[in-house]
Write a protein that binds this ligand. Structure first.
Ligand SMILES: NC(=O)c1ccc[n+]([C@@H]2O[C@H](COP(=O)([O-])OP(=O)(O)OC[C@H]3O[C@@H](n4cnc5c(N)ncnc54)[C@H](O)[C@@H]3O)[C@@H](O)[C@H]2O)c1
Length: 372
């Protein structure tokens, strides 16, 4: 069966989606839309897409469209995704799922109402080293996982295109932009535990300064109203814990680093997808301390793998790897870090079901809240 797809938002990441669809047999991208009609027309010309619109709703009105890729800025994820899902059109939406958990929950509801698939573009799960480590964890090689340390760090990397630096359009800074990738990856590797409590801080120290220079393009300093560094600490209902740092600008030793550390009672793993040694496993054999370093991984483009997997899901051959419920949980943690930073208190998402045995249950700083 031919799958017919529409593209909503024809900017940078939409090209990755197109590469993926073009790598699939029997898939036709039949329509695209962008608020910037000229950009949509250029995109359509580049990829030979027959129908071009300035309004995404026209894409949804096209007969026989099975699915859309939502590739708009963060503020414009929920509306077209919900409209498509309500029409029964399946949605691959770019990350983050939405501006906040309230919007994300409405997207999940629309998917249920429209009996349509919803998944989020977390391509890092499709990097071969991520898949390799996930398989090792599933096979029990790391044992019971109790701690994660997640970092998405750029020393001078405020995006100079789009509206990533404007809170009203993006929902936040590096936490929601690149921290979301790191969080999604590490929570998936940790077995998608339920977040219980979250505390965090965000800082704006560089991005709005006239003397600041970014290596990722230029933008208007006076528009910059998001954080440039965020940190958080999450406790899960299963007793596990996670620390997180996300940064676009700071006096860091590295230019660009994405290391995710996972500790289990049989082994630990450091995964840094773009590093020369993307996975390092630490374990023991008897009293010998062992490091295991895979020698090679297939050289594939993860965005393309993500779209190929999506098409297999549309054909009913696979289940979506990135479940919308998982993305909602990721968004809850992000919201809670912002809320905790604003309020100065820990945020309770769920009550912990078990406490780590070495810790005595303590008094909670009860301040619940989430951004609507
Ligand atoms: N998965 C990844 O690796 C990755 C990488 C980059 C960006 N992204 C995500 O993709 C999204 C888009 O980022 P980008 O870098 O492509 O941005 P971009 O600015 O290059 O493109 C976004 C496009 O959407 C259009 N647009 C805005 N509102 C619209 C609407 N209501 N209807 C139709 N078109 C609309 C804009 O005119 C623009 O052309 C963001 O959410 C971002 O977080 C993901």
């Amino acid at each position: 069966m031919t799958i017919r797809v529409g593209i909503i938002g024809c900017g940078g990441i939409a090209n990755e989606h197109m590469n993926g669809y073009q790598a699939c047999e029997d898939v036709k991208v039949t329509a695209c839309a962008d608020l910037n009609l000229e950009r949509a027309k250029q995109f359509a010309k580049k990829y030979g897409i027959p129908k071009v619109f300035g309004d995404y709703r026209k894409v949804l009105e096209q007969k026989q469209i099975n699915a859309v890729s939502v590739c708009t800025p963060n503020y414009a994820h929920a509306e077209p995704a919900i409209a498509a899902l309500n029409h029964g059109i399946h949605v691959l939406c770019e990350k983050p799922i939405a501006m906040n958990a309230g919007e994300a929950a409405k997207m999940l509801k629309a998917a249920r109402t429209g009996k349509a698939l919803l998944t989020i573009g977390h391509h890092m799960r499709f990097i071969p080293c991520s898949q390799f480590l996930k398989n090792m964890i599933n096979e029990g090689d790391l044992g019971s996982i109790y701690y994660g340390r997640s970092q998405a760090l750029r020393r001078r990397g405020v995006p100079g295109w789009g509206q990533f630096h404007i809170k009203e359009k993006s929902g936040g800074g590096p936490l929601i932009d690149i921290g979301v990738h790191a969080l999604d990856l590490i929570l998936w590797l940790m077995g998608s535990p339920e977040p219980a409590t979250v505390s965090g801080n965000v800082y704006t120290k560089f991005g709005n300064r006239p003397d600041f220079f970014s290596r990722w393009g230029d933008y208007k300093r006076e528009d910059y109203d998001v954080e440039d560094f965020a940190c958080g600490y999450v406790k899960f209902t299963n007793g596990a814990a996670l620390s997180l740092e996300a940064c676009w600008a700071a006096h860091l030793p590295e230019m660009d680093a994405f290391p995710q550390l996972i500790l289990g009672d049989k082994g630990g793993a450091l995964i840094a997808p773009h590093a020369p040694e993307p996975v390092r496993i630490s374990t023991t054999r008897g009293e010998t301390l062992m490091n295991i370093i895979p020698a090679d991984f297939p050289d594939v483009r993860p965005h393309t793998e993500e779209v190929k997997h999506w098409v297999a899901c549309l054909r009913g051959e696979k289940e979506v790897l990135v479940k919308p419920e998982e993305s909602l949980n990721v968004q809850r943690v992000i919201d809670a870090i912002y809320t905790s930073s604003e309020s100065g208190h820990e945020v309770i998402i769920n009550q912990p079901l078990s406490a780590p045995s070495a810790n005595k249950p303590g008094k909670k700083n009860a301040t619940a809240g989430s951004r609507k």
